[in-house]
Write a protein that binds this ligand. Structure first.
Ligand code: SF4
Length: 116
């Protein structure tokens, strides 16, 4: 018998680890572990948290404002630009894009960790 749940969990885990590894290889920068936790606490209390589909049939918790999965978005402070840029003002000279909450709800958290 096919274990559908296990297949879905494996697809989600593969998507998350593949996204993280690809971004790190291309020069993305990870957030501090506590910064990630604090960002996610805000997301879990946010009215925009819902379900997103980053790949066909791969559904996971995410931000419905920007359609990003929380498991990947909250982990990075910068990601390499791949294709269309969501907001030109977020572009950095190193070719990366700053990862922000689209409603600026992470501003105080990110500011706190950027000062270190
Ligand atoms: S990234 Fe911002 S808008 Fe999206 S769910 Fe998190 S707090 Fe809400």
């Amino acid at each position: 018998m096919v274990n559908v749940r296990k297949g879905i969990d494996t697809a989600l885990a593969n998507f998350v680890s593949g996204f993280i590894n690809w971004n790190l290889k291309k020069g993305g920068k990870l957030a501090d572990e506590n910064q990630i936790k604090e960002r996610l606490e805000v997301c879990y209390g946010c009215e925009k948290k819902g379900i997103v589909e980053p790949l066909p049939l791969v559904k996971m918790e995410g931000c419905t404002e920007c359609d990003c999965p929380l498991a990947t978005k909250a982990r990075f402070t910068e990601i390499p630009v791949d294709g269309e840029v969501t907001a030109k003002k977020l572009l950095l000279s190193n070719g990366n894009q700053i990862v922000k909450c689209p409603l600026n709800k992470w501003a105080q958290i990110d500011e706190k960790y950027e000062k270190r």
